[in-house]
Design a binder for this molecule. Structure first.
Ligand code: SF4
Length: 246
């Protein structure tokens, strides 16, 4: 069973929270503080003890390719196409030398397949030519690769190399705002806020827990606030479930 890390969470920095000029969250849960964030993450850990990266992979390259494919596509769909893709192209050199049409054929169902095939080819060519066929271990090097933005780089750092990082996807962005931890739609600001508010050892876990919560409960259109384990600490949920809003 996973040993629970000791948790010490910091207060949100009021100078940076809401720096985009967004209005404060309504709902009455008050200013987010370290204890509340720690309690919420503890509850989410209980709710999703087996939260882990949903993209199937066996090495950093496979995770990198799967993450590129996951843009505008479900992880489940990506997991359907990657077994055949990774059998056909087992390493970066094989992807770099691949017939583009063959890659496109194998990833077609993931959407934007032409662009994704181009990104995978350019990315793997750079890996083969500049990194000895290996995926680099720094954010700076990762984000210089085709198809790799800051979020993808943080996923790779966390999952493939065990380097703590917060990856802000649509679920992390939405849930952290609803919980009142941040007040901005800027992913970089959300990332920096979460880095500041949570201990380094929790950074990867924060990402996975908020993604799982966003997928299973705090969904974009109809969040299941009434069944949510962190309702008491959520300004958005408290407002949604208040008797006057029924
Ligand atoms: S109470 Fe509602 S809005 Fe808040 S985290 Fe839970 S599901 Fe999301």
């Amino acid at each position: 069973m996973r040993k629970k890390p000791e948790v010490r969470f910091r207060k949100a920095n009021p100078k940076r929270v809401g720096a985009a000029g967004a209005p404060p969250p309504e709902g009455g849960a008050g200013e987010p503080d370290g204890r509340r964030i720690g309690r919420v993450l503890g509850l989410l850990e209980k709710a999703y003890p087996d939260a882990e990266c949903a993209l199937h992979h066996r090495n950093p390259l496979q995770l990198l390719v799967a993450t590129i494919l996951s843009a505008q596509c479900t992880d489940a769909r990506v997991n359907l196409v990657t077994p055949a893709l990774f059998r056909a192209f087992p390493d970066a050199r094989a992807f770099a030398e691949a017939d583009p049409g063959e890659v496109e054929r194998l990833i077609r169902s993931c959407g934007y397949f032409r662009q994704k095939a181009k990104s995978i080819h350019a990315c793997c060519r750079a890996l083969a030519e500049e990194h000895g066929g290996e995926v680099p271990r720094t954010r700076e090097e990762l984000t210089r690769l085709a198809g790799v933005g800051r979020k993808t780089a943080n996923v790779i750092l966390n999952e493939a190399f065990g380097v703590p990082a917060v990856a802000v996807d649509t679920h992390v962005l939405r849930t952290s705002n609803r919980l009142g931890w941040v007040r901005t739609q800027d992913p970089l600001k959300v990332e920096l806020e979460l880095l500041e508010m949570t201990p380094r050892r929790w950074w990867g876990r924060v990402t996975l827990l908020l993604i799982h919560h966003g997928r299973r409960c705090c969904t974009a259109r109809k969040p299941r606030c009434g069944a949510c384990s962190v309702l008491a600490a959520c300004p958005y949920g408290r407002k949604e479930t208040a008797p006057s809003s029924a």
